[in-house]
Design a protein around this ligand. Structure first.
Ligand code: NAD
Length: 756
């Protein structure tokens, strides 16, 4: 069995440096070469410095060795995989590969990150053995974060090499693999370019403003907040224009190819050198010391403060949580939003259907490419299903438009959607086919429900493993979630389950307590109820920790406050590599009161570090970073591919069952008055330095009180319950303070902490 012990990445630009960083994230040493050593070093620096960061932790950079082509190319001889990411230019790539082929070891995988050059042209004239090991590995920028990895086999690429790279990309690099044909710009950028070009065309023809377009094409329709023009500013108008222009020439037979050319406004901006973020202005620019955001007027090319857009149809549709239902409503509208979206979607649907089998044999790959590479919530064919396959066909016909032949045939076959339970419609054979299993990738929606309430469910993962799944709003914690944790623990203790997993597949694992509920209780001075609720949460966490059978937490994404406390108490943890853990309670004027303060102290045995981590509301940048902060257990399993997290967590739970003995409660050492005094001095100097507010000091003192062990005069050992009682007291007393309530209200309103 092949393994990758070392990779050589050629080219340390935007992509090469971050691809090398991501190999380092996977624990694989990388040689990173560029024209000069300085360029390679600069690449590493950028991957460290630029946000979002390329490395999981700064230490990761130690795994990347910089070098120059002139002095260090011979070092590629030990690499198991040579990945080329130099400038998008055939001659440059071929010249470099000529040298590489002479030095690469037999059997090494050879791949290019080209986004548009046909692979066949790069490998023309190579020996067969090299062509068999050569393929395209097309990462998306930023490679650490965008899930998609398009893999393009050449005509001669061996199946073994393709399968190995696909499996490695999935498990070790955590990517979602989409096999592609060697067609210009492969799948995601072909469709993405069409999407962008179509947005530009509709904008121009309909006289929409920049703000209107970003309103219509952002989160409202299940796209990222960068929407259309923010994204262009981020990518760079020149890069986007260059990609489009290349694509235009590469697909002479594509009847829609005009869409790939920059529209008049785009051209005008480029000619003025307004290329987006890198040149300080593009469709948007930040103005003045306050960095007020201005948007460009596409007719006059003058900037003005952004206008808040509020289409009545959009505002109404935002109330509909279910995106397909929301889209149906929007697209049915006869206003400017409806008109925009119907123009966009109808062209997109026809274009995508017509690209089968040219760029892909199946709708599945096109949908995955757009979801994973462009962070769209739904792929084109899923969108078509969402709007109603037949409804869309009828509307197109009523408008006198020609349906693609494969869609006509599909309709004649009686099919009414591209997807139906675990099947997709195969446009090549005109029949439904089973979607292949993706072993290790499960959908929680497929498992039987033991019991359920609006905020959480207890599910059966099979093999005696139960799963507490949160599905409350933002997965915030309230009574529903507590009830289901209790149900899971009761079933575990009653022997109805062998092990329990706490996992979900929402946007984030859990953003913390349901603040609205806490604030309401505080405002109504319902102190007994609030105390009871905190006590209940603390005791549930203690039950997780000491359950007689294993419990595994599976955090991913934002795992904050109470969510962080839950996983801290689980005897087993399987975390996604992209987990952002934090005890961030001070931001809303309280302290971690569900056992988090106690658990961090027990774990780190260092009150000063705990004080810093909680006091500064530190949030980890990744799972390994969380381990160094102490927020994630050192022995936690880490899943590079978040899609695998639930199955990995279940596997961990199963592996713990045999011979499981719960941990024994241990006393915790606290420092008493001297430690408290030290922390107070710290607070005082931060306050004097103007780093923290007076109220930060109030909250900080409560934290110091718990971490030092309350009113003890010196070093003592205390029980966990003793510290939990201190946490609860502090939490409640802070809730009674007006300033804490203001912090909570502000967070609920703006999503940002208030420094009052
Ligand atoms: P880049 O311009 O940031 O980096 C290219 C690197 O190649 C530079 O560091 C440069 O020093 C080096 N280089 C220049 N001339 C060279 C030569 N004659 N010989 C050897 N090296 C030379 O480009 P990038 O954005 O990192 O793109 C690299 C590859 O990845 C391209 O093929 C591009 O199409 C592809 N790609 C880019 C993106 C993206 O979003 N930027 C995404 C996917 C794929």
């Amino acid at each position: 069995m092949k393994t990758i012990r070392q990779v050589a990445v050629l080219g340390a630009g935007t992509m090469g440096s971050r691809i090398a960083a991501h190999f380092a994230n996977a624990g694989i040493p990388a040689l990173l070469l560029d024209v000069t050593l300085a360029a390679a070093q600069k690449g590493i620096e950028n991957a460290l410095k630029l946000r979002p960061a390329g490395f999981f932790t700064n230490d990761g950079a130690k795994l990347v060795t910089p070098g120059s082509f002139d002095n260090d190319l011979s070092k590629i001889a030990t690499a198991d995989w040579i990945l080329e990411a130099v400038t998008e230019n055939l001659d440059i790539k071929r010249t470099l590969w000529d040298k590489v082929l002479k030095l690469a070891k037999p059997g090494a995988i050879l791949s290019t990150n080209t986004s548009g050059i046909p692979l066949a042209k790069i490998s023309e004239g190579w020996p067969l053995d090299a062509r068999q090991r050569f393929l395209g590995t097309h990462f998306f920028n930023p490679p650490r974060y965008l899930h998609l990895l398009e893999i393009i086999p050449g005509v001669d690429t061996s199946r073994d090499v393709f399968d190995f790279v696909a499996a490695f990309g999935d498990r070790k690099l955590g990517k979602g693999i989409v096999p592609c044909k060697d067609t210009p710009n492969f799948i995601a950028n072909r469709i993405g370019s069409f999407w962008g070009g179509t947005v530009a065309k509709i904008t121009h023809e309909g006289g929409y403003t920049v703000e209107e377009v970003d309103y219509i094409t952002g989160p409202l329709i299940g796209l990222p907040g960068t929407a259309s023009f923010r994204l262009l500013d981020l990518v760079g108008l020149d890069i986007w224009g260059f990609v489009g222009e290349n694509l235009y020439h590469a697909v002479p037979d594509d009847p829609w190819r005009d869409r790939f050319l920059a529209d008049p406004a785009h051209k005008e901006l480029m000619s003025r050198g307004w290329l987006g973020d890198k040149s300080g202005q593009g469709y948007y620019k930040k103005v003045g010391p306050a960095k007020e955001i201005h948007a460009i007027n596409l007719k006059t090319f003058e900037y003005a403060p952004i206008q808040k857009v509020r289409f009545p149809s959009g505002e109404e549709a935002k109330q509909i949580e279910d995106i397909p239902a929301r889209l149906r409503k929007l697209v049915a509208g006869t206003d400017r939003v409806g008109a925009f979206l119907w123009s966009l979607y109808s062209d997109l649907f026809i274009y995508c259907a017509e690209r089968i089998p040219e760029i892909s044999d199946r709708c599945v790959e096109i949908d995955r490419a757009m979801k994973w590479g462009y962070a769209h919530k739904y792929g084109p064919f899923e969108l078509w299903d969402a709007l109603g396959f037949e409804d869309v066909c009828k509307r197109l016909e009523a408008e006198g438009r020609t349906l693609p032949a494969n869609i006509l045939a599909m309709r004649q076959s009686g099919a009414t959607s591209f997807y139906r339970n675990k099947q997709y419609f195969d446009l090549l054979t005109n029949a439904y086919k089973d979607l292949e299993e993706r072993p290790g990738i499960v959908d929680l929606a497929d498992f039987a429900i033991h019991t359920k309430n609006p905020g959480a469910s207890l599910k059966d993962l099979g093999d005696g493993v139960g799963c507490v799944e949160f599905h409350s709003k933002l997965n915030s914690l309230g009574e529903d979630n507590f009830a289901m944790m209790q149900a899971g623990l009761d079933a575990l203790e009653a022997g109805k389950l062998e092990a329990l997993v706490i996992a979900n597949q929402g946007q984030d694992f859990c953003v913390g307590a349901n603040l609205a509920m806490v604030l309401l209780a505080a405002q109504d001075e319902e102190w007994d109820e609030l105390a009871l609720s905190i006590h209940r949460f603390q005791q549930l966490n203690m039950r997780l920790k000491y359950a007689s059978r294993p419990v595994v937490g599976a955090p991913f994404g934002r795992t904050l406050g109470g969510g962080c406390e839950i996983q801290m108490h689980c005897p087993g943890v399987q975390a996604a590599a992209e987990t952002y853990l934090g005890l961030v309670e001070v931001g809303v004027g309280v302290i971690p009161g569900g056992g988090g303060t106690k658990e961090l102290l027990a774990r780190l045995k260092d009150p000063r570090r705990c004080f810093e981590t909680i006091g500064m509301a530190k949030v980890s940048a990744s799972a390994p970073d969380a381990q160094s902060l102490g927020l994630l257990a050192r022995d936690a399993g880490i899943s590079m591919n978040t899609e695998r997290l639930v199955a990995d967590a279940k596997d961990l739970a199963l592996s713990m069952i045999s011979g499981y003995t719960p941990a024994q409660p241990k006393p915790i050492k606290v420092g008493g008055a001297p430690v408290k005094a030290m922390m107070k001095v710290g607070l005082w100097s931060m306050q004097q330095g103007g780093y923290i507010s007076d109220y930060d000091v109030v909250v900080g003192k409560k934290l110091a009180h718990i971490l030092s062990g309350g009113d003890l005069s010196g070093e003592t050992e205390v029980s966990e319950q003793y510290l939990l009682d201190l946490e609860r007291e502090a939490f409640l007393s802070l809730c009674g303070n007006q300033k804490t309530q203001e912090r909570m209200a502000h967070m609920l309103k703006t999503g940002k902490p208030l420094r009052n």
